[in-house]
Design a protein around this ligand. Structure first.
Ligand code: DX5
Ligand code: ZN
Length: 223
């Protein structure tokens, strides 16, 4: 499977967002991860479709993953896809009809993904897996960047990988070269990293090192 590295724009310099989008795009990363927070599903606010649109304008060829930490993502799907979201990730804990939401995301022409919080068991996503192009296993409680990776989430990655050997499985939260390896060994193939990558003087070196470590761990892992 393809290993993908995704810098999270939440950790960028808020005073120089466009510059940091370009920095991420030229780092060798595979895609940009955009964290949308509604101050209800999580106790924080981040940004909306206008920032997704800005990313498309600044770096049109840089793939955009949009992580909707929202209680009602169903009300905003059209806005985010028309702003340039190419994968839309919604939480299993959201308050909406998820079968309808996943179908709508695909109908709008984007890839559909479900995200699961640390305390949510994988069994909850099983009825939806055939409707998902990706699964996001959170390794922190969502809402803030810069938190510590929760190692207790690792068995959930292995469980999801055993259920779906070909599915793109992403980890998000507290990912660095050390914790990324643990997640890759458990079966994750997509790695979001915010503070770890943005704090590097040379993001390209960080992306290459993370990719190399995760590729090796993934290859020698779960199967
Ligand atoms: C957390 C967000 C993450 C966050 C990751 O709610 O979903 O994407 O930006 O940040 P780091 O890598 O700093 O933990
Ligand atoms: Zn995220």
């Amino acid at each position: 499977m393809r290993i993908q590295i995704l810098p999270s724009l939440l950790a960028a310099d808020q005073g120089a967002l466009a510059k940091d989008v370009s920095r991420a795009a030229s780092s060798g990363a595979d895609a940009l991860h955009l964290d949308v927070m509604d101050a209800h599903f999580v106790p924080n606010l981040s940004f909306g479709p206008a920032v997704v649109e800005m990313c498309r304008r600044v770096e049109p060829g840089f793939y955009r993953h949009v992580h909707l930490m929202m209680t009602r993502p169903d009300l905003y799907l059209e806005k985010f896809v028309s702003a340039g979201a190419q994968t839309v990730q919604v939480h299993i804990e959201a308050d909406c009809d998820l079968h309808a939401v996943l179908a709508r995301i695909r109908a709008l022409g984007a890839r559909a993904a479900l995200a699961v919080n640390p305390e949510t068991p994988i069994v909850r996503v099983m009825p939806y897996l055939d409707e998902c192009d990706e699964l996001l296993v959170m390794t922190v409680h969502p809402g803030y960047g810069g938190q510590a990776f929760i190692k207790e989430c690792l068995p959930k990655i292995a469980e999801a990988r055993a259920l779906r050997p070909q599915l793109d499985i992403m980890v998000d939260g507290g990912v660095n070269a050390e914790t990324g390896v643990l997640a890759a060994a458990a079966g994750a193939n997509q790695f979001v990293a915010g503070s770890h990558l943005f704090k590097m003087a040379d993001m390209a070196l960080g992306v290459a090192a993370l990719r190399d470590a995760c590729e090796k761990a993934f290859a020698g892992s779960h199967v």
